[in-house]
Ligand binder design. Structure first.
Ligand SMILES: O=C[C@H](O)COP(=O)(O)O
Length: 250
């Protein structure tokens, strides 16, 4: 399966950055890697229309209901009209700042499924939850929204909150253990292995991408800060497409 590299611009970027990323990734071979850029919503149209933008179009959020009197919200149907293939849900920044609950995130999941957009469900524990060894319970609770669903392709992004934007990365053993736990939980809920991709996110950059991608079970990366640097992002995608990771992994 191709490695999946998803850029999350968060509330950053510009039309100019779109051009710069297009130029930096142009001519890259996506035979072994799939790249997605999740821009702020105002750029989705430009991204979809861009003549030389090779990565796929991603969104950072969608509403948990289909339509209605919800000022400022953007529905999954609207995202689909703009060619969005993937949409982040449950990012820890939204869980914290927008007080998003698992119930709300479950609604977003359903909306995306209804419009054939692949959900990228972000989950992760705080430093305190890691220290007190309650991370399994926390991840299990965040994954519970996938239970009793008709399984469709899904991406889970494991992002320890303490690793986001801090330059700190879990040990390979900790990543392996968390991803194995996630894979077991999701497949036990009836998702076929082929429907599930699990990404690592948190301080991934051009320097550590090859090492992270070489870890067993890491199907790709969710990249924040480093994705705003066109040459770094292009290098991460190139690393993902480098089939040498298979030998590094052995
Ligand atoms: O969505 C991306 C993550 O929050 C990771 O952000 P970061 O790469 O800046 O640590």
């Amino acid at each position: 399966m191709k490695k999946l590299i998803i850029a999350n611009w968060k509330m950053n970027g510009s039309l100019r950055l779109l051009d710069e990323i297009a130029a930096a990734t142009q001519g890259q071979f996506f035979a072994n890697a799939e790249a997605v850029v999740c821009t702020p919503a105002p750029y989705l149209h430009a991204l979809g229309q861009h003549k030389s933008f090779t990565p796929k179009t991603g969104a950072q959020n969608c509403a948990s209901t289909a339509n209605g009197a919800h000022t400022g919200e953007i529905s999954a149907a609207m995202l689909a009209e703009f060619g969005v293939s993937y949409c982040l849900i449950g990012h820890s920044e939204r869980r914290q700042s927008q007080l998003e609950t698992n119930a709300m995130i479950g609604g977003k999941l359903q909306q995306l499924k209804d419009h054939s957009i692949i959900p990228v469900l972000c989950i992760g524990e705080t430093q305190a939850e890691r220290d007190h060894a309650t991370w399994c319970a926390v991840l299990g609770e965040q994954l519970a929204i996938l239970a009793n669903q008709n399984p469709t392709p899904i991406v889970i992004a494991y992002e320890p909150i303490w690793a986001i934007g801090t330059g700190r990365i879990p040990t390979p053993d900790d990543i392996y253990e968390a991803l194995a736990f996630i894979r077991t939980c999701v497949t036990t809920m009836g998702y076929p292995a082929g429907y599930l991709r699990i990404l690592y996110g948190g301080s991934a950059n051009a320097e550590n991408a090859a090492r992270l991608l070489s870890l067993a079970s890491v199907d790709g990366l969710l990249v924040g800060g480093a994705s705003l640097n066109p040459s770094q992002f292009a290098q991460i995608v190139a690393n993902a497409g480098d089939t040498n990771w298979r030998t590094m992994r052995a």
